[in-house]
Design a protein around this ligand. Structure first.
Ligand code: GRF
Length: 200
């Protein structure tokens, strides 16, 4: 059984997709041991609790400096003996010590087809604003392993999504979530849980 930890900062719809896929049997051999947020107000924490999953908040603001936060985050993650860490809308830079210790065992969902619209500054709605500004006709989402760079690790899965006439960033964001993110993130976890390993 793959022991999964999910790290979140916001609404947690990707977390919900993972929990639904486990309940519905499209993810097998995996269980979510903990959900960790940097943001005490993250609705994702409520989703975890109402699923009977431990929900932990570690806010950088409660620590004297980033090094102290990074240390506490790694210690917290280590407590759960996780096989896989899933970044599902986690807006905090993963400490280098954690990347080193969990190399090949951290995945992230990014709402574009990497290498388009990724890297420093491309997060949340900004990704979709940039895609619309460039006028691409196809966008999508990517699940990739996390390395020391920003959105630079090996790609595990991608799914394309059509951009439609009149799309706003919000409309496009929603379509990318529904048609791509909520599908490929659970699928990636299922693949890893059932033997696929790469990116390490
Ligand atoms: C998603 O768009 C994801 O791709 C990005 O952050 C957003 C998280 O949304 N990394 P949610 O919290 O899962 O609803």
């Amino acid at each position: 059984m793959l022991r999964v930890g999910v790290m979140v900062s916001g609404g947690g719809t990707n977390l919900q997709a993972i929990l639904d896929a486990i309940d519905g049997g499209s993810i097998t051999n995996a269980s979510v041991q903990v959900v960790i947020s940097n943001n005490p107000g993250a609705y994702a924490l409520e989703r975890a609790k109402s699923h009977g999953i431990e929900a932990v908040c570690l806010s950088p603001k409660s620590f004297p400096d980033r090094a102290a936060f990074n240390k506490a985050l790694l210690e917290k993650v280590n407590e759960y003996q996780l096989d896989l860490i899933v970044l599902a809308g986690f807006l905090v830079t993963i400490p280098p010590e954690m990347i080193k210790e969990y190399r090949g065992r951290i995945i992230n969902i990014h709402p574009s087809l990497i290498p388009s619209f990724c890297g420093v500054g491309y997060y949340g709605l900004k990704v979709h604003e940039a895609a619309l500004a460039r006028g691409v006709k196809i966008t999508g989402a990517t699940v990739h392993y996390v390395d020391e760079g920003v959105d630079s690790g090996p790609i595990l899965l991608q799914k394309a999504v059509e951009v439609k006439e009149g799309d706003t960033p919000e409309v496009l964001q929603r379509r990318v979530m529904e048609e791509a993110e909520w599908k490929i993130l659970p699928e990636a976890i299922n693949r890893i849980a059932n033997g696929e390993r790469s990116g390490s």
